[in-house]
Design a protein. Structure first.
Ligand code: SF4
Length: 89
């Protein structure tokens, strides 16, 4: 009986470790996918939760924005950043 319980404990321990490793891999893949969303570096991104993008507001900041054909690299700070700069000038 003792050997059976010891085997059960090891099986449960190994199962927990495998589950933790799989969860970490899954989270890592998810984070890599989210880092591919280009909106934060796009000229059309407003940084305003009411209208995140003036071109594709539905797709902005979602996985649908990965590979967006309307992506335009931002050359100036966002509108909200410019407003903050005016306050401190
Ligand atoms: S144009 Fe495309 S990449 Fe740019 S903010 Fe809108 S959805 Fe994102």
């Amino acid at each position: 009986m003792t050997i059976f319980l010891a085997c059960c404990a090891w099986v449960m321990t190994i199962g927990a470790c495998v589950s933790a490793i799989l969860s970490i891999e899954k989270a890592s893949d998810r984070i890599k996918t989210l880092h591919q969303i280009p909106c934060s570096g796009c000229a059309f991104f407003t940084n305003d939760y009411r209208l995140k993008c003036t071109v594709n507001p539905i797709n902005a900041c979602t996985e649908a924005a990965i590979g967006c054909r309307d992506f335009e690299p931002r050359t100036q700070p966002c509108h909200a950043c410019r407003q903050c700069q005016h306050k401190f000038e």
